[in-house]
Design a protein around this ligand. Structure first.
Ligand SMILES: Cc1cc2nc3c(=O)[nH]c(=O)nc-3n(C[C@H](O)[C@H](O)[C@H](O)COP(=O)(O)OP(=O)(O)OC[C@H]3O[C@@H](n4cnc5c(N)ncnc54)[C@H](O)[C@@H]3O)c2cc1C
Length: 390
């Protein structure tokens, strides 16, 4: 019997590869192996679900059984892959001790796709409350977070990056008191130049988000049902729930143990092939031509290219410039970073309604942008003028 394409991971990357492959080849056997329950949800919706009035159950877009039928694929849920065996073209799945977990087993593949995602980074925080810090990186985490919010009022968020700021705005809209801590001096430190960041900060502060900058949380203690946080300046803060949003680390352990090339992520060429030509990687776990791009649009582009390759037409991924929208209704914001390694400088134009920042080369050509407030409406038109990323 023909061996299948095996996809490890049922997130956006894994499911989109399978969807795109089915458009090109109706019959190729496909097996999706997933540590989670294998249903499909939109991860970006996790950080604006409160304002959208959505419960965790409503965020599940396609239950596993329906997805398996749509994709004409076998989906193995609750199955954690513990080993890649490239020489044998096989993967090993851990045995489950509870009925919920899939039994141990081995699956042989024709081609293997790693769509393993990324893991939340955990800060080294002292104190007996540190173990109670939550992170949200999938629907199950989110359901647990929402359950913990019941009857609570004060949420502390560690990290004023994209995800921290989106959760902060969403929680404020739902009436929670929100404190956000970051060691950086501004929000969205890696994405926004200073004037744009100051406008963004002021709008979110006006919506009630209480920012603490240059303030890393170093200690968290339990105080009955609540937490007592200490920042690096010695300041004390109380919270009912602590949510960590300090970044994600590509899931590379399996690939590394199997001897595949790994850097920040699982290293792939533009073809999305890893250092083993039968194993491919994409999504949050992958470093494609030196770039780790944990966002929806690059993942969709990579999935379309990889599906063509798996269907028999070797295809490299191409990345046009892809603006990222920050889902903060208090300050509509869009960012299009310049291509990696670009030389240039930011030029920021501020008005009462917002800031338009262009990253320009020495000749004044725009290579990237950051838009906050009403200029965010220009993101599509501006995006089309930006140079391709790859
Ligand atoms: C709160 C939040 C909001 C976001 N908002 C936006 C946004 O507005 N715009 C945007 O562009 N991007 C956004 N992103 C980023 C975007 O959602 C991700 O880049 C994308 O969903 C990642 O998809 P993925 O398939 O690579 O990873 P994941 O969705 O993490 O999927 C990984 C899969 O691998 C499985 N897996 C891992 N290890 C194993 C193993 N050993 N065995 C078996 N299975 C395994 C997991 O169970 C899971 O099914 C957001 C992210 C978060 C967390």
């Amino acid at each position: 019997m023909k061996k299948p394409v095996v996809i490890v991971g049922s997130g956006l990357a894994g499911v989109t590869v399978a969807r795109e492959l089915r458009k090109l080849d109706a019959d190729k056997p496909v097996v999706i192996v997933s540590a989670d329950d294998g249903g499909f949800y939109s991860k970006p919706s996790l950080s604006n679900a409160l304002a959208a009035g959505k419960s965790p159950a409503q965020l599940l877009l396609t239950p596993r059984e329906t997805l398996a039928m749509q994709l004409k694929a076998e989906i193995r849920p609750h199955a954690r892959v513990t080993q890649l065996l490239p020489a044998e073209r096989a993967i090993e799945i851990a045995g489950g001790r509870t009925p919920r977990l899939a039994p141990a087993g081995r699956i042989e593949y024709e081609q293997l796709v790693l769509a393993l995602g990324a893991q939340p980074i955990r800060l080294p925080i002292e104190g007996d409350g540190a173990a109670g810090v939550l992170a949200v990186n999938n629907l199950a985490d989110y359901a647990a977070f929402r359950a913990r919010l019941e009857g609570k009022r004060r949420v502390a968020i560690l990290g004023a990056g994209l995800i921290g700021c989106e959760f902060a705005n969403d929680l404020r809209l739902a009436g929670f008191a929100v404190d956000v801590f970051d060691i950086a001096p501004q929000p969205l430190g890696r994405l926004l130049p200073p004037v744009t960041a100051a406008f963004f900060r002021q709008k979110l502060a006006a919506a009630g988000v209480c920012f603490h900058f240059v303030a890393g949380v170093v200690r968290i203690e339990r105080d009955g049902e609540t937490f007592r946080l200490t920042d690096n300046g010695g300041g004390g803060h109380a919270a009912d729930i602590v949510l960590s949003a300090v970044g994600l680390k590509p899931e590379t352990a399996l690939a590394r143990a199997a001897g595949l090339a790994v850097n920040r992520g699982i290293v792939t060429a533009r073809s999305l092939a890893t250092s083993d030509p039968r194993i491919f990687a994409l999504g949050d776990c992958a470093e494609i031509e030196g770039m780790v791009l944990p966002f929806v649009m690059p993942i969709m582009a990579a999935a379309r290219a990889l599906a063509k390759t798996l269907a028999g037409t070797p295809t490299d991924v191409a990345y046009p410039a892809m603006p990222v929208v920050v889902k903060t209704p208090a300050c509509p914001t869009a960012v299009c970073p310049p291509p990696a390694g670009s030389a240039g400088a930011w030029r920021e134009e501020a008005t009462a309604d917002g800031v338009k920042a262009l990253f320009e080369d020495a000749a004044g050509r725009p290579l990237g942008f950051a838009l906050a407030g009403s200029p965010a409406a220009e993101r599509q038109a501006l995006g089309e003028q930006m140079p391709a990323w790859l």
